[in-house]
Design a protein around this ligand. Structure first.
Ligand code: PLP
Length: 383
């Protein structure tokens, strides 16, 4: 079956008891057993819940994995993967890492004896140079945030496996519509389901999808032992969102491409970061690694300072001023004062995040309306 058919049918079966086309939402925390000591498929909802299991089955199919685990947030999923690491382990991760992952590595896991080296993961030789005999995990994001950097997943998988480490890919920006890291050799794919998978700004969730059964078993043990599972209501909403994932991502990517081209030709804009533009340093790799689109996130630098960019993000009407991304509603934000404010100013500069940078999450509204909204805001900001 094709991707969009699996998004609707795998794991999502009509209810045999009533014929309901949509599987019911199971809110039960516990399940009646026939005998003491002989467990049925479900016993207690932390260990397994039918609504969560249905979502996990769909997710595993969409990413081409053997199994999936749904967590209470993207951060819980990342922590779930990092609990695989013993004290003394070393992690190699991207220098434009999601802020929450940066904080987890530096302020939580560092205290548990896990060290991290950040490198530019778009350069495989920098990844190779950072690997030590203690390296157990390489963690990358592609496209990265907020400059939409593209890292070579297959090359990073090769390096990880050569050194006995795992490769995990935070694929929140790409979605399985555009990139399937497990097919490129990654061991773990991670998603903030809060973003494209849910797609409607109405749930918080996370997921890990894995290529091997023994890795799933270890992650399942850790998740059940620590408890950060996705609730049934969120599982239901996410499964509903997945049914339109391919249509949303393809259409939003098309609009993002058109907006990127529009902004790149505008004199009020200094620079546009979008992997679909030939001038983007990751364009050729993205054209190979991403299928049928370059995603719906884009950033641009206005020809002005921090205050000019602030005026722009405060002047749009359709693009709402908020962090987060991936939903049908378009959002706008200023990385220097919002999503990346927790980076030290010096680290921000080194990562190339200018004060005048603006990040867009392109939603499902019409291109013309979004273009006119940006045009108006750039003028109102005095650019
Ligand atoms: C939002 C996000 C996360 C964290 O997910 P939450 O659901 O907010 O916990 C991790 N990685 C990326 C790339 C994200 O955008």
């Amino acid at each position: 079956m094709q991707f969009r058919t699996r998004a609707i049918h795998v794991g999502q079966h009509a209810d045999p008891a009533t014929g309901a086309v949509v599987p019911p939402l199971y809110l039960a925390s516990t399940f009646v057993q026939h005998q003491a000591g002989a467990w049925r498929e479900f016993d207690y909802s932390r260990s397994g819940n039918p609504t969560r299991r249905a979502l996990e089955t769909t997710l595993a199919s969409l990413e081409g994995g053997v199994a999936a685990l749904a967590y209470s947030s993207g951060m819980a999923a990342i922590h779930g993967a990092m609990m695989l690491l013993a004290p003394g382990s070393h992690v190699v991760a991207g220098q434009d890492l999601y802020g929450g992952t940066y904080r987890l590595l530096h302020q939580v896991l560092a205290q548990q004896g896990i060290s991290t080296t950040l490198v530019d993961t778009t350069q495989p030789d920098q990844v190779a140079a950072a690997i030590t005999p203690q390296t157990r995990l390489i963690w990358i994001e592609s496209p990265g945030n907020p400059l939409l950097s593209i890292s070579d997943i297959a090359a990073c998988a090769g390096l990880a496996h050569q050194h006995g480490a795992l490769l995990a890919v935070d694929s929140t920006f790409a979605t399985p519509v555009l990139t399937r890291p497990l097919e490129l050799g990654a061991d773990i794919v991670m998603h903030s389901a809060t973003k494209y998978l849910g797609g409607h700004s109405d749930l918080l969730g996370g997921a890990l999808i894995v290529a091997a059964r023994d890795l799933y078993d270890r992650l399942y043990f850790l998740q059940n032992a620590t408890g950060a599972v996705l609730g049934p209501v969120e599982s239901f909403l996410c499964a509903r969102g997945l049914k339109t994932l391919e249509l949303r991502v393809r259409e939003q990517s098309r609009t993002a491409q058109a907006l990127a081209e529009y902004l790149a030709a505008d004199r009020r804009v200094r620079r546009v970061y979008y992997p679909g533009l030939p001038a983007h340093p990751g364009h050729a790799l993205a054209a190979r690694q991403m299928q049928g689109g370059f995603g719906a996130m884009l950033s641009f630098e206005v020809a002005g300072d921090l205050d000019a960019a602030r005026r722009v993000v405060q002047a749009t009407r359709l693009f709402q001023l908020a962090v987060s991304l991936g939903a049908v509603e378009s959002l706008i934000e200023q990385p220097a004062t919002m999503s990346h404010a927790s980076y030290a100013a010096e680290h921000r500069r080194r990562a190339g995040i200018a004060d005048g940078l603006i990040r867009l999450s392109v939603g499902l509204e019409a291109f013309e309306d979004l273009r006119d909204d940006l045009d108006r805001a750039l003028s109102l900001a005095g650019l």
